[in-house]
Ligand binder design. Sequence first.
Ligand code: B12
Length: 215
Amino acid sequence: MTLLEELKNAIINVEPKKAEETTHLLLNQGVGAADILNQALIPGMDEVGRLFKEGEYYVPEVLVAAKAMNATLNLIEPLLIQGDVPRRGKIVIGTVEGDLHDIGKNLVSMMWKGAGYTIVDLGVDVTPERFVEAVRQEKPDYLAISALLTSTMLHIPAVIQALQAAGLRDDVKVLVGGAPLSQPFANEIGADGYAADATDAVSLVRRIDLEETGT
Ligand code: B12
């Protein structure tokens, strides 16, 4: 078995210590962050999701697998954000009210950091009021909202409405993402952008920056 397979299995078998140790070994061998992500972490988490859906895993197992994944992401973060990238705009990000999923949000944040953006992370279960307050205080270029549940994605329009009510809607571009979302949903709720994964999330903000400022 390759080390990447071992890491994937450590996520699936809910072994955080093994996941961290294997990641250290992979990094020492010079394996790139993209391979660690795409060949081990994401397929591992997909499998955990499948086992959860089929009733083989319960919330506690998924929670520990998520902890293992977040700890491993922290180890590869320096690789994702290294290099001499130009400083770009500011992005406030959070997971919408009622939703505790943060792995996707953390991954998107890391990729944006790697592309030169300053990230202000509000965490999970963020109310519309907190999003609005952060936009008022931080004056970001983008407000990014993550939702992983079909129930909580329906709370995103309330954030956009709260921005409108506060007179801040035109000051910030609203980006949305998360597994149950789609481009048609983003269009329907009046968001300025949607991306299906962390790589597309980087292309999305670069495209909007280019359209807006030409840089
Ligand atoms: C881990 C996990 C949990 C963990 C979360 C821990 C944590 N720290 O995040 C815990 C155990 C807490 C959990 C709880 C629950 N979960 Co859960 N969970 C998952 C699981 C297995 C993986 C999610 C994940 O991290 N994926 C990996 C990341 C990298 O992918 P991602 O989140 O999709 O993010 C990518 C893109 O979506 C995108 N993206 C994400 N956010 C954003 C934001 C922006 C702005 C952009 C541009 C892009 C973007 O880029 C990311 C990177 O590529 C999924 C199953 C699955 N396969 O998705 C179920 C899943 C999401 N959970 C589910 C459910 C039902 C629940 C619970 C209700 C279970 C329960 N009975 O209690 C609770 C709800 C708790 C709550 N209030 O939030 C269901 C949702 C079903 C639905 N249609 O709504 C799923 C799909 C499982 C299933 N098949 O049934 N869960």
